[in-house]
Every structure is written in structure tokens, then in C-alpha cells.
Design a protein around this ligand. Structure first.
Ligand code: ARG
Length: 557
């Protein structure tokens, strides 16, 4: 709609259309118009009071058909759109663009990499990794919708000293049958055991060194742990309906990390300190970083430097986003500084998007329950079971396949929405009963509203693209304006990498729809054809918004 307004104003003002679009505002209070055009900018050029300018333009716009009313107030031109034109424009556009409503090509020709999820092999898929997976996925969806080539990379923690420990632990207390059956649980069990036995530390260190040097037995065990863990993680990804463009991992960068060290030495960036190689970052108010340990092995950050360089070579990215918990803030500041010191000008295009913690209902960090580590798969399964109960309460004789399918989608909507409705950096209370409620700001409430809209449409037989617009009331107009907002909400959420803007928008949209539906009959009303088209357009926009969050809709609850 901004385009349409700009087109009209362009005839009356000495400004380009793009400039007008950028200046147009949407007033918080709808009494002040559907759109407002500020005249302060013109007042500087014309050296006239903005109030007077607003009044002058208003008198020229008096007879423009597209505007229902124009009010000059305090230097603003408050614009009220003609409702029929608004309806015609918004609905036709959504009908035409369907799943693509909201898309744009502002990212055309540009590539964005997202390092996300990245769980550690042989450790439980942590609840923090769930956040990275959900948020990273939504940000990737938002980028793709805006035309960016988007590459999702899962950078597995599949290397490092813990593998020395695991190898020793497995050789001492491992059990192949258990490993096959529940790999991550078994590996975690023996890992906890060995961590309580400090006398095995030396041996573990030796085995990690062997692994780094390519010892056959070490590699064989490591490969087994890795393959089985990935299989376990994939169960979670397929439940979440998430896939990656690249499964990578620290292990790919063990050797390449040596090249990094050579490069850093050439540039005289490294100093010897107690047998280790260190880069000093004190000048930049950052702690120094060990690049090579005194025993010759390399830490996490050295592999991250190698991975970043490799990714730039491969993808020539315009932005690289790391979606990783805030406990690694310092790590990424150091990483980006080192890349900058190495002379890579793309270092400025690396971004760490951090997220807060999941908290238990009592406000404590949620990673254990009654002292026991929480496994993501268990949480997902529990949530699905709860959703099933809820469905069965409402519908007694539902077919099993249908029940499973719906329960899965409802459970996922609950978890994903429960997370994404919050600003990502905030800590959030993981309260599954609340997330699963069919009322309030929850995923199930949104799915329910969608199903409701589809149900209305199912009952009617008329053709949606042949609607007749009668008189449009305030509730209908509000809904049209909300839908019309969607494309700009996507851009805002991209600019701040905040999926919560879309989550909150979806909620607002659904509430606006429910307000409309509460007091307007659709089928059998005088405005039936228009209202059906409105309901259909609404369901399309809600579906598009939810799909950006990674939530799929269902036609029945
Ligand atoms: N595996 C790491 C962890 O769980 C996260 C890796 C994040 N990505 C990266 N390139 N460092 O803590």
C-alpha cells in the first residue's frame, strides 16, 4: 500500500517515490490515520512551517479517490485509505502471490551462511542447542524469503580432548550393545564415569594425541561414536523438520589448523609462552588466546579460524552468522579479532548472534532435572504425548495416524513458538504446559486459529477470486491493514535478526482475525463473498508467517 500512496503523493510533491516510501509512517494509534506522512523534511527545503505544508498538501489531496480522509495535524499528513481500494489491493495481491506473499529480492545475488545447531558428538543434544537450531532455522527462512542464498551449516563438535576421554572410557566400561541401542545415552554415561576418575586423565590425553596423529584404533572408535551420534541427532532434526545444507564439524579442521598456525607465524602474530603458542590480544582489551597447546594439540578456536577461512574460500559469503549461546560471546569476539588481524576484510561480516538460557520454572538453569541431564529427544516425546492427550479430549475416535501427525505438529508449534516469541537474547522459562495451552500467546493458539479459518472456507462453495466488496467495517479494515503489514515486518525482523518480531506479528494477526470473526458472520452474510476472500487471505498470511518460524499448519486441531 505504501507504493500506492507514494505513487499518488509523487504527483503532488517534489520527491521521488522511494523517498516517500521511506518517509511514510504507520501511526501507533489508528485514530491518527492508516499512514502518516511527516512534513518536517519538506519544511527544511521549502523554509516553511511544517503545519502549513501539511495543510497545503491536504487541500490538494481532497479529491483523490484512493483516500477516504486526509487530516493535517502537527506537521503530519494523516492519511486514511479508501477501504474498498485497500481491500481490493491487499486481497488481490495475496491471492496472486500466495506462499510468496512477503517475499522480496533485496538479497538477490548475496550469500548468507548460518552456523547453527552444532551439537557435540557423544554428549546429549543440549537444550541450548535446541535454541540455536530453532532460532538459526527461522533466521535462515527469513533470509531466504528475502532472496538471499542461505547456507545452513551444522558444525558438529566432533573433535577435541573429550574424545581421548571417551576412547579410554569406552575401552574400560563400554558396551557395544548399549552403544548401538542408545548411542548418546551410553556415551554420556561412560563420559560422566570417567570424569570422576582423575587418575585416567593422563591416559586420556595420550589417546587424544593418538587420535590427532591418525592412530588406527583411535580413529575407528571415533568414527563409530560419530556415526552413531549423528544418527541420534538426525532423529531430532527430522522431528523438528529441519535440514542442513552442510554437515561440517571440528574434525574437518584438525589438519587445516596447522596451516592457520603457519600463516599466523608468518605474520608474526604468535608468541611462545610456557611451551604454547599464543596470540596477544591485550591491546584490544581481550584476553590472550592459546593457538597451540604445549602438548602440541590445538584448541577449539584454532579450528574455528581454519573453518572460517575455508568457508570464505568456498562461499564468498556476504555475511556469516554464528547462532551460538551467549556463554561463547568472548570466544567469538576473539575469533573475529584474530581474523581481522590476519588481514581478512570479510572479518567485519562475521556476526555472533547469541541467545539466552532456558530456565526451569523455579528460575534455575534448565539443563538437568532432579540432577539428571535432560535429553532433547525425551522432551520432544513428552510434549507429543501431552499434545495427544489434549487432542483425544476433544475428539474421541480419531484415527491413529491422524492423531500422531497432529500431535507432532501441535507439540512442535508449542516448543518453537514458546521460544521464538521471546527476544532471543533473553532467558526464557521452559514451561511446556504453558507452551501447549490452546489459549494465550502460544503455538497451538495460532494453529487453532488457522484451522478455524480453514474450517469456515471448507463449508462454503463459492469461488474465492470472484468476490464483491460491499461496505467494509472497522474490524475488516483492521485485518486488512494487519495483513498488509507482513512484508515490512519480515524486513524489520531481518534487520535485527529477530524472529520474535514475526512471532508477535503472527499473534497480533490471529487476534485481529478472531476479533473480526467474533462479531461478523461470514457464511450467509450480505458480504459473504468478500468475507470468504478475507478469511482465505488471512489464513494464507498466517501460514506464511508461521512457516518463517518453522511451524507447519494443520487444517484441524
Ligand atoms: N559445538 C559447540 C558447542 O556446543 C558450538 C559450536 C558453534 N560453532 C562454532 N563455529 N564454534 O559449544
Amino acid at each position: 500500500m505504501k507504493e500506492l500512496i507514494a505513487e499518488i503523493l509523487n504527483h503532488f510533491l517534489n520527491l521521488k517515490k522511494e523517498e516517500i516510501i521511506n518517509l511514510l509512517e504507520i501511526p501507533k494509534d489508528s485514530k491518527l490515520g492508516d499512514f502518516a506522512f511527516p512534513c518536517f523534511f519538506l519544511s527544511k527545503i521549502q523554509k516553511k512551517n511544517p503545519d502549513i505544508i501539511a495543510k497545503e498538501i491536504a487541500s490538494k489531496l481532497k479529491n483523490v479517490l484512493e483516500f477516504e480522509k486526509i487530516e493535517p495535524i502537527n506537521g503530519y499528513l494523516n492519511i486514511f485509505l479508501n477501504r474498498n481500494i485497500l481491500a481490493e489491493n491487499v486481497i488481490k495481491r495475496i491471492q496472486k502471490e500466495k506462499n510468496k506473499f512477503g517475499c522480496s529480492d533485496i538479497g538477490k545475488g548475496k550469500t548468507i551462511l548460518i552456523d547453527m545447531s552444532s551439537p557435540n558428538i557423544a554428549k546429549p543434544f543440549g537444550i541450548g542447542h535446541l535454541r540455536s537450531t530453532i532460532i538459526g532455522n527461522s533466521i535462515a527462512n527469513i533470509c531466504s524469503t528475502l532472496g538471499f542464498k542461505t547456507i545452513k551449516i551444522n558444525y558438529l563438535g566432533d573433535f577435541g580432548t573429550q574424545f581421548g576421554k571417551l576412547i579410554v572410557a569406552y575401552k574400560k566400561f563400554g558396551n557395544y550393545q548399549k552403544l548401538k541401542k542408545e548411542p548418546i545415552k551410553h556415551l554420556f554415561e561412560i563420559y560422566v564415569k570417567i570424569n570422576n576418575l582423575p587418575e585416567l586423565e593422563d591416559e586420556s590425553r595420550k589417546w587424544f594425541k593418538k587420535l590427532e596423529r591418525g592412530n588406527k584404533e583411535a580413529i575407528k572408535l571415533w568414527k563409530l561414536f560419530r556415526a552413531l551420534s549423528i544418527k541420534d541427532f538426525n532423529k531430532i532434526y527430522s522431528m523438528l523438520n529441519i535440514n542442513f545444507d552442510e554437515i561440517s564439524g571440528e574434525s574437518l579442521y584438525g589438519k587445516k589448523a596447522n596451516n592457520v598456525i603457519t600463516l599466523m607465524q608468518k605474520q608474526k602474530l604468535l608468541k611462545k609462552s610456557q611451551g604454547a603458542l599464543v596470540i596477544e590480544l591485550e591491546k584490544y582489551s581481550l584476553p590472550n588466546v592459546i593457538i597451540k597447546k604445549s602438548d602440541g594439540t590445538k584448541p577449539y578456536i584454532t579450528r574455528d579460524i581454519a573453518a572460517a577461512i575455508d568457508r570464505y574460500k568456498k562461499y564468498k559469503f556476504d555475511k556469516m552468522i554464528y547462532e551460538v549461546g551467549s556463554e561463547q560471546n568472548l570466544h567469538f569476539r576473539q575469533l573475529f579479532k584474530i581474523l581481522e588481524l590476519l588481514g581478512f576484510d570479510w572479518a567485519k561480516n562475521c556476526i555472533h548472534l547469541s541467545h539466552g538460557l532456558y530456565l526451569d520454572k523455579d528460575g534455575k538453569k534448565l539443563s538437568t532435572r532432579q540432577g539428571k541431564t535432560i535429553f532433547m529427544e525425551d522432551i520432544l516425546n513428552e510434549t507429543i504425548a501431552l499434545a495427544k492427550k489434549e487432542i483425544e479430549k476433544r475428539e474421541k475416535n480419531i484415527a491413529k495416524k491422524d492423531l500422531n501427525d497432529r500431535a507432532e505438529k501441535i507439540a512442535l508449534s508449542a516448543i518453537i513458538y514458546g521460544d521464538l516469541k521471546n527476544y532471543r537474547q533473553n532467558d526464557i522459562v521452559f514451561d511446556i504446559e504453558k507452551f501447549l495451552s490452546f489459549e494465550g500467546s502460544t503455538g497451538p493458539y495460532l494453529l487453532y486459529t488457522y484451522a478455524r479459518a480453514r474450517n469456515i472456507l471448507k463449508k462454503s462453495k463459492s469461488k474465492l477470486n470472484q468476490f464483491k466488496i460491499g461496505e467494509i467495517n472497522d474490524l475488516e479494515k483492521n485485518l486488512l491493514l494487519q495483513m498488509n503489514l507482513f512484508p515490512s515486518i519480515i524486513k524489520d525482523s531481518f534487520n535485527s535478526f529477530s524472529p520474535n518480531l514475526i512471532a508477535n506479528y503472527a499473534l497480533h494477526l490471529a487476534q485481529t482475525f478472531n476479533e473480526f470473526y467474533h462479531s461478523n458472520k461470514v457464511i450467509g452474510s450480505d458480504n459473504e463473498s468478500f468475507r470468504l476472500a478475507l478469511v482465505d487471505a488471512f489464513s494464507q498470511v498466517l501460514k506464511n508467517a508461521l512457516s518463517l518460524l518453522g511451524i507447519s499448519v494443520i487444517n484441524r486441531m
